[in-house]
Design a protein around this ligand. Sequence first.
Ligand SMILES: [Zn+2]
Length: 124
Amino acid sequence: MNTEMYAALLNAEQDRLTEELATVAVLNPSTGDWEVRMDDQDTNEADSNTEADDIESSVERTSLLATLEPKYRAIRHALAKIEAGTYGQCEICGKPIEPARLKVNPSARTCELHMNDEGTLPLV
Ligand SMILES: [Zn+2]
């Protein structure tokens, strides 16, 4: 299949997610994992309001990271499949994923028949 269009979509989405992730997390180059930024916890402000704000913002960061990181990983996985030549194949039945589905979700791992089973696939 012609993966050029999907590669462009995935690369654009990866760039967008990387920017968004960078606002709350730091990429650990040795593990490839995003880790929540804790930099403002190092400030020595004794003001209890500020401390409460810090806790709240670290919870918010953790929750945003928990939303964004799986998307980021799914995109990396899809790009790796393009490299490997297996992009566009359902990971459950091996059949081609419908182009309409890939256009909406270029990182889809399954065909429409198996879309409800995508959550049962091993994490990437
Ligand atoms: Zn399938």
